[in-house]
Design a protein around this ligand. Structure first.
Ligand SMILES: Nc1ncnc2c1ncn2[C@@H]1O[C@H](COP(=O)(O)OP(=O)(O)O)[C@@H](O)[C@H]1O
Ligand SMILES: [Mg+2]
Length: 308
């Protein structure tokens, strides 16, 4: 039978009265008292009851002439954490639907801006061209936010193939507007490894965008690939921007944490999800600001262990 908890005003009921009820055989409504607690903080008496349903406990109180303030089924009691998780799931679904629906109209606006900029450039005044450039920049930021939300919301299975890390990093960089005074130094060595190239590209994209945003208009980004002894490949993305405060080094990977006015706080959590899907780890450190990813050299071995 389900277990319930109820609460009474303990000024009306004494502890002695109630203790007599504990572990008596079930009453005519099938209700048994299992335990009692008196709380001095809120002058309340809480009972743990075994009963067929909530209705039978209300009837049990009515018959005994006791007033009861509330009855809750124990397994339905929600902690602050479960309520928060449920809210996050609902919000996640809602924002991912909205983001998905925004993609088409945004693509139309972007195409129209491109068309005006190319086909009608000669007919437009410098003032209008400046407005078009602002619209273009805004669409670019909106696209980044929508991508953050969509990448975070969907966890699709990995599509593993042998890929070159350099190729994927280069592809990520080619989609980013890198300010002219920001220099990106790529590793001299390349590493071929089994991974999901679209997903890892979005990790590099996010880390490089974050690095650029932290430095502003000038600075250096250095990317390193290191083959470790313990069957791991390490990727480091360093930048010459300001340090991340020590107490935020792990917090920045939590969903919705952002220090930016128009940030989503979903970029790093989505990087973490992707890296962990590859059985890897990611962490941040300072001096210089570095994001370090460790990936297994042979993901296929770990996948086959997981399947057994
Ligand atoms: N390279 C970096 N240098 C300094 N701070 C960073 C860097 N990358 C991320 N951060 C911090 O981590 C936060 C979370 O990043 P992210 O999850 O990508 O969300 P968003 O970019 O939308 O803020 C950022 O707001 C910023 O405070
Ligand atoms: Mg980001």
């Amino acid at each position: 039978m389900p277990i319930f908890i109820d609460g009474h005003d303990s000024k009306v009921l004494t502890q002695e009265d109630m203790e007599k009820l504990v572990n008596l055989p079930p009453d005519e409504f099938g209700v048994t008292h299992l335990e009692l607690f008196f709380s001095k903080t809120d002058s309340r008496l809480y009972c743990i009851l075994d009963a067929p349903d909530e209705e039978s406990i209300w009837k049990h109180h009515e018959a005994a002439g006791f007033k009861c303030d509330f009855i809750n089924e124990v397994h339905q009691i929600k902690t602050e954490k479960t309520v928060k998780t449920e809210k996050m799931v609902t919000l996640g679904q809602m924002s991912s639907n909205i983001s998905h629906d925004l993609r088409n109209p945004m693509a139309i606006i972007k195409n129209s801006i491109d068309l005006l900029n190319t086909k009608y450039k000669d007919q437009l005044s410098p003032g209008i061209l400046e407005h078009l450039a602002r619209m273009d920049r805004s669409i670019f930021s909106m696209t980044m936010m929508v991508n953050d939300i969509l990448n975070f919301a969907r966890t699709q299975p990995l599509h593993l193939e042998d890929n070159s890390l350099t190729k994927v990093i280069n592809h990520a960089i080619s989609t980013i507007r890198v300010p002219p005074n920001i220099k990106i130094t790529l590793p001299q060595n390349d590493i071929t490894l089994k991974f999901d190239s679209a997903k890892l590209e979005s990790v590099f994209y996010n880390l490089i965008i974050n690095a650029i945003q932290s430095m502003g208009q000038d600075g250096n980004i250095t990317i390193k690939f290191i083959e470790k002894m313990d069957d791991k490949i390490q990727i480091q993305i360093q930048n010459s921007g300001p340090a991340i405060p020590d107490d935020l080094l792990t917090k920045i990977f939590e969903p919705l944490f952002t220090t930016k006015q128009y940030g989503t706080g979903l970029g790093l959590p989505s990087c973490k999800n992707i890296v962990e899907q590859h059985y890897g780890t990611i962490h941040a450190s300072n001096n210089p600001t570095t994001f370090t990813i460790n990936l297994p050299k042979h993901i296929e071995k770990l996948l086959s262990v997981d399947r057994t």
